[in-house]
Ligand binder design. Sequence first.
Ligand code: ZN
Ligand code: ZN
Length: 161
Amino acid sequence: MRYVFGIEKIESIKWINETSKEAVKSTCLRAKCGSIIVKDNQIIGKGFNSPPRELESQRKCLNDKLVYAEKVTDKTCCIHAEQRAIIDAIKNNSDKINDSTLYFIRLDLKNDILTSGKPYCTHCSKLALDVGIKEFVLLHKEGICAYDTEEYNRFSFDYGK
Ligand SMILES: [Zn+2]
Ligand SMILES: [Zn+2]
C-alpha cells in the first residue's frame, strides 16, 4: 500500500469526487457507498450499494447481523458498490478491466465523505483481484491510499489480527 502524492493525488481526488456522485444514489439504509473503476483516464464501471434489482422484498438493511447463522458469510442484503462497479465493467468494458483501478467511498447520511478504516470485505477483495483490477483505492484519515489488489485481499483476510 502507498499513499498518493502530487499529480497522482490530484487525479485521485477527481476520481473520488466522481465516486461520491455514485454513492449519493445508494438506497441502502445502513451505509451509502459508491465505487468506480478507472482505466486510461476513463470510467469503465460504476456502482452504488442497494438491494439486488432494487427489490424492496429483498431489503434487510436494518436487520441485526446477529440474526444470521455463521455460515451466512455476507450478512449485507445490499449488493456492494464495488460488486456493482465490477459487474458494470464486465458487462460494458470487459476488455479494459485488466490493470484498472477501483475507487471506493462511503458517505454519511448528509452525503459528506467519510474516511474508511482498514479493508475487511473479503467478497470484494477476492472479486477485484480475480477480474484483474490492479489497485484498490480507499480514503483513509491519513490520506488517499492505493493498495495492490493482491495485498488488499491479504489484508482483508487478516482484518482484526
Ligand atoms: Zn442495505
Ligand atoms: Zn464488499
